[in-house]
Write a protein that binds this ligand. Structure first.
Ligand SMILES: Nc1ncnc2c1ncn2[C@@H]1O[C@H](COP(=O)(O)OP(=O)(O)OP(=O)(O)O)[C@@H](O)[C@H]1O
Ligand SMILES: [Mg+2]
Length: 348
């Protein structure tokens, strides 16, 4: 009998390679004494066709419950679901997408971020400039929760990251929150990081399909649109090695956009490119800024920083040494360190 009785009347199975495979949760579902698995009992209110989509295992359980509530079904979410997914945080327009307060980060004895506070309001471009080793990439990685930080707050659309432990033992406490925030902050790296064995179209589609479980046909439409948008719509079937650096970086930007993120984080997106190819990417970044996308941009390109930014932060030895509008920072630097940095960059 095995799973067969369960598959017949239970939720849709997830199919891979033509075979039915149960999720870890499915396999763990134990029949009650009356022979009905716990998970099936939860879904019993949705037996009719109108609710069939709610039974799909491809829809997270909390989201199914949320839909059920919206449709007036008699189901109560658990407190865990309530805290994690059912009541998504709805920010108002004035809430910054990203806020960081007094953030500290060390690698062993090396203190890299020494109390950084900043905010990226919705629709704004904030650029981070500073000399090599000042902590720019580390700050982006901490914001995206790719690195742990030891002290201070990170707030995403008004929702503070919850932590457990302290100091060197501090870690994000909520796995679901981490996934939600990471998928809403798409990062573009200096070295593109495209999958060499996938075509450009497959690269762009991969995360929305596999991580966000979006409908493949819809994702393909969006992916083709974003590749057009960055000017490489004719490269869908090419592999990364068949593209120039500038084209690869534009593919990486299309991939980030296809996640439909709340903000884009760029870490030196043009620094691996020849000046000519660099301009192709600068053009795309400028057009994204004009579209009103929220972006946090680490760059060595002062012309781009000046052109696209609403606000510029100068990071020096792990602290924000000076910040302000591009005009104020580039035309009238107040600190000696920024003056020195700008004269070095201009001389280079
Ligand atoms: N994983 C790591 N382990 C140990 N030290 C690290 C690690 N990552 C970065 N660092 C150190 O942290 C400091 C800041 O590095 P980070 O990469 O943030 O600098 P940056 O401002 O981005 O520099 P660049 O302009 O060269 O990219 C450097 O001294 C670096 O050596
Ligand atoms: Mg860096």
């Amino acid at each position: 009998m095995g799973l067969a009785w369960y598959m017949g009347s239970g939720p849709q199975r997830r199919k891979r390679s033509g075979k039915d495979v149960g999720s870890r949760h499915d396999r763990a579902a134990k029949p009650r004494q009356d022979g009905v698995p716990v998970s099936d009992r939860i879904l019993r209110p949705f037996r009719n066709d109108a609710h069939s989509c709610l039974r799909s295992r491809l829809v997270p359980r909390a989201a199914r419950a949320q839909l059920a509530i919206a449709q007036g079904a008699n189901i109560r979410p658990t407190s865990t679901e309530l805290s994690k997914e059912i009541l998504p945080h709805v920010p108002d327009a004035s809430t910054p997408v990203i806020e960081v307060s007094d953030l500290h980060k060390s690698f062993g004895p090396l203190e890299v971020l020494r109390g950084v506070s900043m905010a990226a309001p919705k629709g704004h471009v904030v650029s981070l400039i500073g000399s090599s080793g000042s902590g720019k990439s580390t700050l982006l990685r901490c914001i995206n929760l790719l690195e742990d930080s030891q002290q201070g707050g990170i707030i995403f659309e008004g929702e503070p990251i919850s932590w457990r432990g302290e100091g060197a033992n501090r870690r994000p406490a909520d796995r679901i929150q981490v996934t939600r925030i990471r998928t809403n902050l798409s990062m573009v790296f200096q070295q593109f990081n495209l999958w060499a064995h996938l075509t450009i179209l497959q690269n762009v589609m991969k995360a929305p399909v596999t991580v966000l479980k979006r409908n493949r046909a819809d994702v393909e439409d969006a992916a083709r649109r974003y590749l057009e948008r960055v000017g490489i719509g004719d490269k869908c079937d090419a592999y990364p090695a068949q593209l120039s650096g500038g084209q690869q970086q534009r593919a990486a930007i299309a991939r980030a956009l296809c996640m439909e993120p709340r903000a884009l984080l760029f870490d030196e997106p043009t620094s691996a490119l020849d000046p000519e190819l660099e301009q192709e990417v600068v053009k795309v970044i400028k057009s994204l800024a004009e579209e009103g996308r929220t972006m946090l941009l680490v760059t060595h390109d002062m012309t781009m920083a000046r052109d696209v930014s609403d606000h510029v932060l100068f990071l020096h030895e792990g602290r924000i040494e000076e910040e302000g509008s591009p005009d104020a920072l580039f035309d009238a630097p107040r600190t000696e360190r920024l003056r020195q940095f700008l004269s070095h960059v201009r001389a280079a």
